[in-house]
Write a protein that binds this ligand. Structure first.
Ligand SMILES: [Zn+2]
Length: 603
């Protein structure tokens, strides 16, 4: 289906508004017989300054944290000597923690597993022995602290922390070759399980006795994903069973039946929970869980901002809710960016692998350029970019607390651009993201490399060069975004237009040889994206996948005609002419600390 973006968004909005009263018939979910495979982290080399800068920033900060500082709260919680620096913020253990303060001591050790995971993935991208040594050393030091006490009432979120520890250990096994990772995982699981409720428990639900309600909720509905991955990677059959045991069917069942039950739920963790539903499909073949993830994602898209972000004040909304519009004046906490985009990337990558529908790549790209890639860099003292701000009076800012959840997911997503750019099946490869990069792989016995050269999304041209050890026949699928009317492809200078349809992958099958060259052009026409059906005069200007933010602290008056006529004045700057003078517009990645507005009200 290749509808232009505005009508598609309108369609989704109306469909989900309808679903609020009438359940959409579940229908048959199309799933290709075999999901696409991911490439390894090291098969892809990104040559984009924006992406590489984020990876380097997060990686250097993690490498700079001392072992003792990282282990300190684990050691304190189990009564061991705990020398070294106290990192503070959410990460530290404070026995006198004040529940009304979500700053210091809110979630001790919460990001440790994510940081080990990110270091292991970084090692897979660029093998540096110092990184592997640090991963192995941290796992062994952590193993010395494993104790039921850690899961006692000293930890507010034992399920959340267990989930992240599983992730760190399975990534250490897979990407850093830690020979002891699964033994440490077994010890961790044996110790954690008696202290967890045995099934998914919703945010806000009391599952253990404590006079302080701050210790009686957790995010147990997200943990199946990593348990299924542990099983898939050979950690043992028990992880398949545990993954199934912790699936949150009270959440998935209505979604699978086409009813939105997103309203009021904590945003990031429930989108992340849809990744567990996808892994239930990929591991158990459960069609119901695939339907839940697909429908959940449709409901999410219908309440998303033009940037692809969602969940103002970390809450999902009912279909057709006025809350998204109200958020433009009522909050600056519009989208939990690192955690949200990390979950968004995983979910859309799984959906793309299973359905081969290019629109999942479109939304991933939109979230990348308009949210996470323009996040302020992580700081060595734990200051972290957390919320994107879509208020009419917007600005970029760090979270109040140091080392929050988003300091765990930002290093992870910085590595995951590598595995999201290309996918494969036995017949060939899928180019999902257009990023300057080189992919190397084996195809039908030939050693092949593909290099993208492009200034996209600031320019429309993407050049792809092929090198092969010998001629080989295979497919190259190119994602043609839904908005790219007039897209064109040429191979070795010869125009190939038959198969180029916006909203689909274009498939090029031929016998490729060294020196072959593909030229893809994705015309970057301005278009306007209304907030929702009830507010069609509240719009964001878009160029290709980019939202163009108006650089102003006022409320400029202009017409949609004036906005659509905005012209590029330099590589990454646009300008619209208004009756009050010129209005500068910038992409998210070019904004530093200047005030901006995401949406403009058309007069
Ligand atoms: Zn977060």
């Amino acid at each position: 289906m290749a509808l232009p973006p505005i009508s598609r968004r309108h369609f989704l909005y109306s469909a989900s508004a309808l679903a609020a009263t009438l359940a959409i018939k579940p229908g048959k979910v199309f799933a290709a017989a075999t999901p696409l495979d991911e490439f390894g982290y090291g098969d892809v080399m990104l040559l984009s300054e924006l992406h590489n800068r984020q990876l380097q920033n997060t990686h250097e900060i993690l490498m700079g944290l001392s072992d003792d500082a990282l282990l300190k709260p684990f050691r304190q919680m189990v009564g061991q000597p705990a020398p070294g620096e106290d990192l503070g913020g959410w990460y530290c253990y404070d026995p006198h923690y004040n529940p009304s303060d979500v700053g210091t001591g809110f979630a001790p050790t919460c990001t440790f597993g994510q940081w080990v995971s990110a270091l292991a993935r970084s090692y897979a991208i660029r093998p540096d022995p110092k990184v592997r040594e640090k991963v192995l050393r941290l796992n062994r030091l952590y193993a010395q602290t494993i104790s039921p006490e850690y899961y006692s009432l000293k930890s507010r979120f034992p399920g959340y922390c267990y989930d992240k520890l599983v992730c760190g250990l399975i990534d250490s096994h897979q990407y850093a070759g830690d020979p002891d990772a699964y033994q440490i995982l077994e010890h961790t699981t044996d110790t954690a399980l008696p202290n967890l409720p045995g099934h998914a428990v919703e945010h806000g639900t009391v599952w253990r006795a404590n006079p302080d309600p701050g210790y009686t909720w957790d995010e147990l509905y997200t943990i199946s994903e990593n348990l299924f991955l542990a099983y898939q990677r050979g950690a043992g059959k028990r992880y398949r069973e545990l993954g199934a045991q912790y699936l949150d069917d009270t959440y998935y069942d209505p979604l699978a039946a086409g009813q939105s039950d997103l309203a009021g739920r904590h945003a990031y963790s429930h989108v992340n929970s849809l990744c567990s539903a996808m892994q239930a499909y990929l591991t158990l073949g459960s069609e119901k869980h695939l339907r839940a993830a697909k429908n959940g994602f449709e409901f999410l898209s219908a309440q998303s901002y033009a940037t692809g972000g969602w969940g103002p004040d970390e809450e999902l909304r009912a279909p057709g809710s006025p809350d998204v519009y109200n958020s433009l004046t009522k909050t600056h906490h519009s989208f939990e960016t690192p955690c949200g985009s990390y979950a968004h990337f995983k979910l859309t990558r799984y959906l793309l692998r299973v359905t081969r529908e290019s629109r999942y790549g479109d939304t991933m790209e939109r979230v990348m350029y308009n949210t996470i890639l323009g996040a302020k860099p992580l700081q060595a003292d734990g200051r972290t970019f957390y919320y994107s701000d879509y208020n009419f009076k917007g600005g970029k800012f760090f979270h109040d607390a140091r080392w929050p959840c988003c300091s765990g997911t930002m290093p992870q997503i910085a590595t995951d651009y590598n595995i999201s750019t290309y996918l494969r099946d036995p017949q060939g490869i899928y180019v999902n993201l257009y990023i300057p990069s080189t992919l190397r792989w084996k195809q039908n016995g030939a050693q092949v490399s593909l290099t993208q050269k492009t200034e996209y999304p600031f320019e429309s041209a993407i050049e792809i060069q092929i090198t092969t050890s010998r001629a080989a026949e295979f497919d190259i699928h190119l994602r043609i975004p839904e908005w790219a009317e007039g897209a064109s492809i040429a191979v070795n200078g010869k125009r190939n237009s038959a198969s180029v349809v916006p909203g689909q992958f274009a498939t090029l099958r031929r016998t490729w040889k060294s020196g072959d060259r593909i030229e893809l052009d994705l015309p970057l026409k301005n278009r306007i994206n209304p907030l929702d059906a009830a507010h069609s005069n509240v719009v964001a200007l878009m160029s290709g996948p980019l939202v163009l933010f108006a650089m102003t602290d006022g409320t400029p008056s202009l017409t949609s005609r004036q906005l659509l006529a905005a012209r590029k004045t330099s590589r990454q700057t646009w300008q619209a002419e208004t009756s009050a003078g010129p209005l500068k517009l910038l992409p998210w990645t070019s904004i530093a600390d200047e005030p901006y507005t995401t949406y403009l009200v058309m007069s």
